[in-house]
Design a protein around this ligand. Structure first.
Ligand code: C5P
Length: 227
């Protein structure tokens, strides 16, 4: 299991300070909407300047018509990132189109599909999708698997079931991790590191429990020890 640190801080400088603090650790970095919209491609370059070995997950959760998503995926190819994601609810045609468009490249990033956001409660989720989270997450995962994606974003609670309906090799990446029982914030389905590990999760994403800690490096070290 690998650790992916979410870079969701209010300014680029604060994100860069955090990256400098953790530059010698073997972790992935997640650049999401807030940071990418504000700081763009230059931020990705700044990360690589601090340590070229950092792997970057660009978490933009693409959701649009198939052609627009495939165009966006091709633009992402120029950003030199190691992983990005799309929404499974954009549909199989869109996911297939994205993967088809990436076929012409010798190497490509890992492509994941978002199933159910970890901030959804059961009630809220069923209002939107009219099914339970576990049922719909399995379905989204099967769609992503059939479309040739490499894995999904889900909560730790869905990881095992998703692997059983797809493949053990089909990756799961789980946000909503509170490594040692920290405050959940807006996340509804939170799990700790031990639970994620037992659920065969491939990547855990941790944001606030690291960057809001008094000593982020200490928390990161503790997490890596438990992996
Ligand atoms: O601060 P926290 O650890 O809750 O951060 C989780 C990160 O993972 C945030 O950047 C959030 O946007 C992202 N994420 C999520 N749930 C998903 C997909 C991404 O929380 N399903």
């Amino acid at each position: 299991m690998e650790l992916c640190v979410a870079l969701d801080l209010p300014t680029k400088e604060e994100n860069l300070n955090l990256i400098r603090m953790i530059k010698d650790y073997d972790v992935w970095l997640k650049v999401g909407l807030r940071s990418y919209i504000r700081d763009g491609e230059n931020f990705l370059k700044d990360i690589k300047k601090i340590n070229p070995d950092f792997k970057i997950f660009l978490d933009l959760k693409l959701y649009d018509i198939p052609n627009t998503m495939a165009d966006a995926a091709e633009s992402i190819m120029g950003l030199n990132v190691d992983m990005f994601n799309v929404h499974a609810s954009a549909g199989k045609t869109a996911m297939c189109e994205v993967m088809k468009r990436l076929q012409k490249y010798d190497t490509r990033p890992i492509v994941l599909a978002v199933t159910a956001l970890t901030s959804f409660s059961e009630d809220e989720f069923s209002e939107v999708y009219e099914k339970s989270i576990s049922e719909k997450a399995d379905q989204f995962a099967k769609d992503a698997y059939d479309s040739g994606l490499d894995g999904v974003v889900c909560s730790a609670f869905e990881s095992e079931s998703i692997k059983s309906v797809t493949s053990k090799q089909f990756m799961t990446l789980t946000p909503g991790i509170r490594p040692f029982g920290e405050d959940a914030g807006d996340q509804k389905r939170v799990a700790d590191v031990a639970f994620a590990k037992n659920s065969l999760v491939d990547f855990i994403v941790v944001g606030r429990p690291i960057y809001n800690a008094k000593n982020p490096e200490e928390v990161l070290k503790r997490i890596l020890e438990t992996l």
